[in-house]
Design a protein around this ligand. Structure first.
Ligand SMILES: Cc1cc2nc3c(=O)[nH]c(=O)nc-3n(C[C@H](O)[C@H](O)[C@H](O)COP(=O)(O)OP(=O)(O)OC[C@H]3O[C@@H](n4cnc5c(N)ncnc54)[C@H](O)[C@@H]3O)c2cc1C
Length: 479
């Protein structure tokens, strides 16, 4: 991790030969003006990938990240006692050329997830109802039925090949694509796949009422293919390593501003100007193109001089809350992972808001807890205090109801992270009216390009492919 000192040192070397300038935003000394081909807002999966790819294409970039590190939802907790990493955000990737090339560029080895000794062989999974604390016996569908369900699902998706590249929907939008996913699963005979889809795509909201097309953003053809071939993960079990290395490289190239926020902007067809608040004061960025990768919520985009069209499109997005944490003293056996399940709901799905699961980690005594909410127009519909107290209450309920199996201890958080707003998505009625065509129609307007989870899906591999194949070719034209 880079220190603030290095950040400041890199600024000293920044004094490029731009003339001082008086703009509508005020007067800037030449040492406070940064001129680049592309300014990138957000240094998560999308922004970091785009910055490295553009750099490799010979373009100059500047990434503006509000936090003190890049990586976004990729977060790795390092246990202070043992140095063991625990990925509490992104864990798995698709076995795709874009993924393998990206990790190889940073000399980070990949393995098939679950294939090495880092994965515990004596781990046990169980289902409990976190409201009652009682164990729930779930009969899993037969493997052949699940395989047949995925086959039918893939056949359905193959009717819409451009869906594998993004939310490129036919016009008019077929009714099947906006059916609630539960209705779609019954209609197309894919009920045997629902529980795995739910388990691999948390943070989406209630999977049974979410429009089919929104679950499909993650559960596209590429993800289905990984089920047979195996997912990739990093051999070091530290998915933040790629971001640490990218961060060093971007610093060395004077291409990264951490702990920084846009204050004002002017976006024109011939380029953009951005005023950025950095730890070293205000800077003026002049760039030929702008790439915005943050969730396009109106409140987040307030400094970006939005047009009426942009405002009316992004106002329609809703989202869900998704939270991760690491707990000690849960009183649960180290090798036990517990999913929240109900005996009385379709597919035994847990009610939201609620804890999805308490999973074992490579560090004895530590458990990962995942928590989610339904979709809502209210971003941050729950406070962190409420999420934390629900998690603790669930663990205590499990302990009390199963006093002979689980120890009666006081759980404590060693790490906690809110990923809200998560899984921005359109309502089905807006999707039917052509929402995604309108949203993608914004690409390139006023020198501004867009990428990230809200454009492609909550999946790093798909975001990298979408950014490389669908966004950057247009963006680099004319640079
Ligand atoms: C718990 C969890 C587990 C996941 N597991 C997986 C997995 O195993 N595999 C997988 O492929 N995907 C996984 N995902 C999804 C994946 O993390 C996301 O799809 C991906 O990170 C989205 O990338 P992004 O660049 O759009 O957003 P982010 O990664 O969130 O990056 C956005 C960045 O923008 C910054 N930012 C926000 N606002 C501003 C602002 N105003 N100015 C400047 N910077 C700003 C943020 O700090 C952040 O760094 C998981 C997500 C979560 C939360």
């Amino acid at each position: 991790m880079h220190s603030r000192g290095l950040l400041l040192a890199s600024w000293a070397a920044f004094a490029i030969a731009a003339p001082s300038s008086t703009t509508t935003f005020g007067h800037f000394k030449s040492s406070d003006i940064i001129e680049r081909d592309v300014a990138i807002i957000g240094g998560g999966a999308a922004g970091t990938y785009a910055s490295i790819s553009l750099k490799d294409k010979g373009k100059s970039v500047i990434v503006i990240e509000k936090k003190s590190r890049i990586g976004g939802h990729t977060e790795t907790y390092i246990d202070p006692a043992t140095g063991t990493p625990i990925d509490m955000g992104v864990v798995i990737f698709h076995n795709l050329t874009v993924v393998r090339d990206y990790f190889a560029r940073f000399d980070i080895p990949l393995i098939t997830a679950g294939s090495d000794s880092g994965s515990s062989s004596d781990s046990v999974s169980a289902n409990y109802d976190f409201r009652t604390g009682k164990e729930v016996n779930i009969t899993s569908p037969k493997q052949a039925d699940t395989a047949a369900a995925y086959e039918k699902y893939t056949q359905f998706l193959s009717k819409y090949p451009r869906l594998n590249d993004g939310m490129f929907l036919p016009s008019p939008v077929p009714e099947d694509l906006v059916l609630p996913f539960g209705t779609f699963a019954e209609k197309y005979g894919i009920k045997a796949a629902v529980r795995t889809m739910y388990a691999y795509n948390p943070g989406l909201g209630d999977i049974l009422t979410v429009p089919m097309i929104e679950n499909q953003r993650v559960w596209g053809q590429s993800l289905v293919q990984q089920l047979s071939g195996g997912f990739l993960t990093t051999a070091h079990h530290n998915n933040s390593e790629i971001y640490s290395k990218a961060q060093s490289e971007l610093f060395s190239a004077h291409s990264l501003l951490l702990s920084s926020q846009i204050l004002h902007s002017s976006r024109r067809d011939d380029g953009v100007s951005l005023v950025v608040q950095t730890p070293r004061g205000k800077k003026l960025i002049r760039a030929k193109k702008l790439l915005i990768t943050i969730p396009p919520r109106l409140d987040f985009l307030a400094p970006f001089d939005l047009s009426k069209d942009e405002r009316s499109i992004f106002a329609k997005l809703i989202d869900a809350g998704y939270y991760t944490s690491i707990l000690r003293n849960t009183g649960l056996p180290d090798n036990l992972s517990i999913a929240n399940a109900r005996p009385d709901t379709p597919y035994n799905l847990a009610a939201l808001p609620g804890v999805y699961s308490l999973s074992s980690t490579p560090v004895p005594g530590l458990k990962l807890a995942y928590y989610g909410t339904p979709r809502s127009p209210l971003t941050f519909s729950l406070s962190d205090a409420k999420v934390k107290s629900d998690i603790i209450a669930a663990v205590k309920k499990l302990q009390r109801t199963n006093a002979e199996e689980f120890e009666q201890t006081e759980p404590e958080f060693v790490a906690y992270s809110s990923h809200a707003p998560f899984y921005l998505q359109a309502r089905p009625e807006d999707t039917k009216k052509g929402f995604y065509g309108e949203m993608y129609g914004l690409q390139g307007g006023r020198s501004t390009w867009w990428t990230g989870a809200s454009w492609r899906g909550q999946d790093s591999s798909d975001i990298w492919r979408y950014t490389e194949e669908e966004v950057l070719p247009g963006l680099v034209k004319g640079l």
